[in-house]
Ligand binder design. Sequence first.
Ligand code: NAP
Length: 280
Amino acid sequence: MEWKLAVIGDPIGHTLSPLIQGKMMERLGVRGAYDAHHVQPDGLPEFIRYARENLDGFNITIPHKRAVIPFLDGIDPYAQSCGAVNTVCVREGKLSGYNTDGDGIRAALAEMGADFAGSRIALLGAGGAARSICRKALDCGAEAVRVFCRTPEKGKALLPEGDGRGEVLPFSALSAESCGGWADIIVNATPLGMSGFGQDFGDFSFLDGGRPAVCDIVYKPSETALLRACRERGLVCRNGLGMLIYQAVYAFRLFTGMEFAAGPMADFLQDEVKKALGQG
Ligand code: NAP
């Protein structure tokens, strides 16, 4: 079979998906193409018509992750609870939507010896990525999730109604007591520290007071100031490359049914992405 796969977004030039998916196809001998399509918001209906007829699946990046939902014939419950879809499989013209970000971060955490199950999670930020992470943490049996954010309504929207395990705190309440001394896992899901963003954390004393594992989902630069502060404190920590790679691995499995195993195969992908980011 010749797989016809794609990624859509606006802008689309920065996406690493064709590189990652292309390398997986090459490694596993999967024939076909994975192309990037620049689709602006008003072009989404036309792209969907094209996809029904011509594609086996596609990934979705900003700004279409939510907008695609009304076009789907089916949606996985986790993607529904995230309110965002990043992977669509096309079977006989029918579109099924999934979100692989949650499994992506879960696999990245597993590489650090961390697991949402039974853990207290401090989540920094309340945007799209934070929502996927929050819902996955709760689905996987987190003991509690504390969302630190600037906009309380956005934080509250992350938490499913009637689930008493979540709470929202102001971003300014980050401290050793509320965060580092409380959490088993800290995830930064804000763009603070990202190359080109121009803003960073003011101080890192919120990491103190315990031994949390820290995942910064930012992956450019490879070591953010947050991760440097973690390293100086001897904390187990990783950047967002693992999440990026594993969300793609899970999308590939949904598309093709083929497993791209963790371990050396994922290391190979990380090396390829690092090269592309100039971090090799
Ligand atoms: P988003 O929807 O725009 O959300 C960003 C969040 O960060 C919002 O809660 C925002 O708060 C908060 N924030 C922004 N500036 C802040 C500041 N100065 N202080 C405190 N909070 C601040 O973005 P996203 O899509 O969730 O992405 C967030 C980051 O994760 C980006 O850097 C993105 O590149 C990265 N990411 C990585 C992966 C991966 O696979 N590794 C996947 C997705 C995203 P307000 O709502 O109050 O503005």
